[in-house]
Design a protein around this ligand. Structure first.
Ligand code: SME
Length: 152
């Protein structure tokens, strides 16, 4: 097992403990972003929430970010449109990448899906190239599944 997988195995129960005791979606997104950001030292870790035809910035850790992203645009809008995780080893080679920060070099976006509909995405940026792989996808998808949308 890689160091990264060991770290995911440590943070998974931490996140589960944090979100299982709380029903508020904003609080759970905020703490999930904080746990991941602190544990892995990512450049930017946060959520965008589906509001109509666009994604709007949600709880995050890291520098100021773009507030709205259209469906199908950038890595986030692509993960939303495809309803699947998008791993980008080099953001400069991703057609339509939205550069909220010039420091970011690789990225992963994981959709949060409820009843077959994407209702938010988890977006993580790294200053290093090639940061994210299948292990990140596997564990971050488990983490994304732990967060429930706000009840109507
Ligand atoms: N790079 C993202 C935009 C969001 S920031 O990375 C926080 C994208 O292309 O969708």
């Amino acid at each position: 097992m890689t160091n990264k997988e060991e770290l995911y195995r440590e943070v998974l129960p931490q996140i589960e403990a944090v979100v299982s005791g709380e029903t508020d979606t904003t609080a759970n997104m905020a703490n999930t972003a904080a746990v991941l950001h602190e544990a892995f030292g990512f450049w930017w870790t946060g959520f965008y929430i589906v509001r109509g035809q666009e994604l709007v910035l949600g709880p995050f850790q890291g520098p100021v970010a773009c507030t709205r992203i259209q469906k199908g645009k950038g890595v986030c809008g692509t993960a939303w449109a495809r309803a699947e995780t998008v791993v980008v080893p080099d953001v400069h080679k991703f057609e339509g990448h939205i550069a909220c920060s010039s420091e970011s070099n690789s990225e992963i976006v994981v959709p949060l899906i409820n009843n077959g509909e994407v209702w938010a995405v988890l977006d993580i940026d790294s200053r290093k190239f090639n940061t994210f792989d299948e292990a990140d996808k596997e564990y971050l998808e488990k983490i994304a599944d732990m967060i429930s949308p706000a009840q109507a």
